[in-house]
Design a protein around this ligand. Structure first.
Ligand code: GLA
Length: 712
């Protein structure tokens, strides 16, 4: 429910209350965000003379009122607040000053729909829209709030009038009155994404960002604010996650009175967007709240993402188990070899064969041909249509790898259109994997990509596309777009391609990828319901990547494959059952050459694929709980929403002589229900409060166990 009463805006669901107040001068104060409350939360504001804090002119002789310590909904540089600002506006004459005041508001049914940007697909919720007007330029800032279940979607749009303004920073702020808080972030590197880290917020400002033009492996655009005492099972926590796939900035700091401010939004130092009689819609921010610890927070958030953000496929292959040939062949293949791999994949029970890099232009290594999305007939020994038809005649779907945002200097496309690559005139561009980035802020380029891919999908009769992105942007200069607009316009161009392809080919499943999980975010999940999780396919390393990612995203969005041993990244030899069990925590697939497997291995993989298909509804629609993650062992549980059917997966990561036992307490079950686990029967209350001895056999290294949990 959303109410407005005498300047007080209150958004309440069964799970939280979010409250703001219009003050006497029209500024919007942020009062409260937490478990549901009744009443006006401004009673915590203490008004007294604060030395050296600026006072608004309208306050007259009253020195007790200052935006330097009051909690604000919109924090702006140059309006008497010395804390880190969320918004910086440069006026036409270069002055860094702005002041936003209440103009009007409306409350309406349904969600806030954003044209050309990802947004919550909410029809039955309620939204609040508040319009603020800027004193100097007359520009309007329109804030939107859509509440549903435990989540709140915030939106921001800046509408410039006939005075030019430049938006130099555009972050959502969250102010909290004097509370000890921690921030959790997810950092990493190529092959090691989303490591969970935590720090106490204090007076030195913590800043995390990506200025890479994409979300990045190095820093995810989701953060958790929680009380200092919050654990996996107890305490308040809020997840903030941007529906955005480009550069971003986050900061968190404590002010002089111990109140916490944090900010999160699109754009880095490269962002500077000038507007005159124009508007800019900023990406939405998802907030999810839980009073019951990080485990409950991720369950709630993942339900919301599954129901309202992640793309739902209407046709095409349903949860296909795929085989991808990348680690099987790398660039070394021809059509016949691919067909024999696809045939064996079908024999094993796969639904889809995905042909990875190296099928186009004259690409036999990563030095050429990006941009030339035409099959290499000499290499394949046949046309794309023929290859596709022959693979499909085996009774298996067909998918292709593409990297449409990139161009190789050694390509026909670059020779024809060098101006389509982002590069700074007079300066040699940097190369990444020996390639340049196309200028997706240029409509001509976007049109070219749309048409080329549309044609490719038709010619290849594609069921699936793996959309890769293998370097980041360094040279923010375009032949058509002002430099400060590129970060934003590039991503809008990218989204417009997804919109176009989604409308034209609704049953085409697109898997996101960026050297693994370098652009894993809610913006991408809105268009590409799954994403290759990491280029590290080692099962033991992937447990951490899966666990880290599960704080933010549903596990079924993780592209997860069983690869060969010794593993190509770590050289580790892990039992097939363990590799498969870890891959089951995601959208399952194979990343190996099935023609090289022994008959015994083939039989085991066949059994595993069958079992995955049985477990798939739980993995896809159930709740995921992390139960244990230590250097010794990891254990997790996926349980259907009706709490009747689940699977527990545990892996011993380190072997010891005379090992200790491992116990876990289960979560998410029904106390009074009897569950069958193998040949034993337990009440839910027993498993959740007393626990379970993990039935490891200790008979092999890197052992995994899978325990099916079924309500009687
Ligand atoms: C990236 C992807 C891999 C593979 C290669 C192909 O690194 O993450 O899975 O597709 O590109 O070049």
């Amino acid at each position: 429910m959303i109410t407005y009463n005498d300047g007080l805006f209150t958004i309440t669901t069964d799970s939280f209350t979010y409250q703001m107040k219009k003050d006497a001068f029209g500024h919007l104060l942020h009062l409260y965000y937490g478990s549901p409350i009744e009443g006006d939360a401004s009673s915590l504001l203490s008004l007294r003379d604060r030395g050296f804090s600026a006072v608004p002119y309208e306050a007259g002789l009253d020195r007790s009122y200052s935006y330097d310590y009051l909690p604000l909904e919109v924090s702006v540089l140059g309006d008497g607040d010395f804390r880190t600002p969320g918004i910086i506006i440069e006026q036409e004459d270069g002055t860094l000053s702005a002041s936003f005041r209440y103009l009007c508001h409306r409350i309406y049914k349904g969600g806030a729909l954003l044209e050309g940007l990802p947004c919550g697909r909410i029809d039955d919720g309620e939204s609040l829209e508040i319009t603020l007007k800027e004193d100097l330029s007359g520009a309007e800032l329109i804030l939107t709030y859509t509440a549903k279940d435990s989540s709140l979607l915030r939106g921001m749009k800046l509408v410039a009038k006939d005075k030019k303004i430049t938006l130099k920073k555009a972050l959502y702020s969250m102010d909290t009155i004097a509370m000890d808080q921690d921030v959790i972030w997810f950092d990493g590197r190529h092959c090691s994404e989303r490591n969970k880290k935590r720090a106490h917020i204090d007076t030195s400002t913590l800043t995390f960002s990506s200025r890479r033009g994409a979300t990045s492996h190095q820093m995810n655009n989701s953060f958790i604010l929680c009380s200092h005492e919050t654990t996996e099972d107890h305490g308040e926590a809020v997840l903030l996650s941007l529906l955005w796939s480009g550069s971003f900035t986050f900061f968190a700091e404590k002010d002089q009175y111990d109140s916490v401010r944090c900010g999160l939004g699109a754009g880095s130092e490269f962002f500077s967007y000038d507007l005159k009689n124009q508007e800019l819609v900023l990406p939405q921010l998802l907030l999810t709240y839980s009073p019951n610890g990080l485990g409950d927070l991720s369950v709630k958030n993942n339900r919301f993402v599954t129901n309202y953000i992640r793309r739902k496929m209407t046709g095409g292959l349903k949860n296909p188990v795929l085989l991808n040939n990348w680690e099987a062949t790398y660039f070394d293949f021809n059509g016949d070899k691919l067909i024999s791999i696809a045939k064996e994949a079908k024999n094993l029970g796969c639904d889809l064969f995905v042909l990875d890099d190296g099928w186009f232009g004259k690409r036999n290594d990563d030095y050429s041909s990006l941009g030339d999305w035409f099959e290499n007939r000499d290499k394949l020994g046949m046309s794309l249509d023929e290859l596709s038809a022959r693979i499909k005649s085996l009774g298996i779907g067909f998918g292709l790898w593409v990297e449409p945002e990139m161009v190789s200097e050694d390509s026909d496309l670059y020779r024809k259109h060098p101006e389509w690559a982002l590069a700074v005139p007079g300066k040699a561009p940097t190369r990444g994997r020996h390639q340049l980035v196309l200028d997706l802020s240029n409509r001509e380029v976007v049109e070219y990509i749309k048409n080329t891919l549309d044609d490719l999908i038709n010619r290849g009769n594609l069921d699936f596309m793996k959309w890769d992105y293998n370097r980041f942007i360094t040279d923010f200069h375009s032949s058509v777009t002002l430099p400060g607009r590129i970060e934003y316009d590039y991503i809008k161009g990218l989204y417009s391609i997804f919109e176009y392809l989604g409308n034209k080919h609704p049953s085409l499943l697109i898997e996101g990828c960026s050297g693994g999980g370098g652009r894993f975010d809610l913006g991408m999940l809105y268009y590409t319901p799954q994403s290759w999780l990491s280029d590290d396919t080692d099962a033991i390393e992937r447990i951490d990547i899966e666990f880290g990612s599960s704080y933010i995203y549903p596990i079924s969005s993780f592209g997860s494959h069983v690869s060969a041993v010794p593993n190509h990244q770590t050289k580790r030899v892990t039992p097939l059952f363990t590799r498969s069990s870890v891959a089951m925590l995601g959208s399952y697939g194979l990343e190996l050459d099935p023609t090289k497997l022994s008959e015994e291995e083939k039989a085991e993989i066949r059994r595993e694929i069958k079992e995955y298909k049985e477990l798939c509804p739980i993995i896809k629609d159930g709740d995921f709980y992390r139960l244990l993650n230590t250097p010794d062992a990891s254990c997790c549980l996926s349980i259907s929403e009706d709490k009747k059917d689940g699977v527990l997966i545990a892996v011993r990561r380190l072997s010891h002589g005379n090992p200790k036992d491992h116990y876990v307490r289960l979560k998410g079950l029904d106390n009074k229900t009897l569950y069958r686990l193998g040949d034993k029967v337990f009440y839910g209350s027993f498993l959740m409060n007393y626990g379970l001895l993990l039935p490891f056999t200790y008979s092999e290294d890197l052992e995994a166990i899978r325990v099916r949990i079924k309500a009687l």
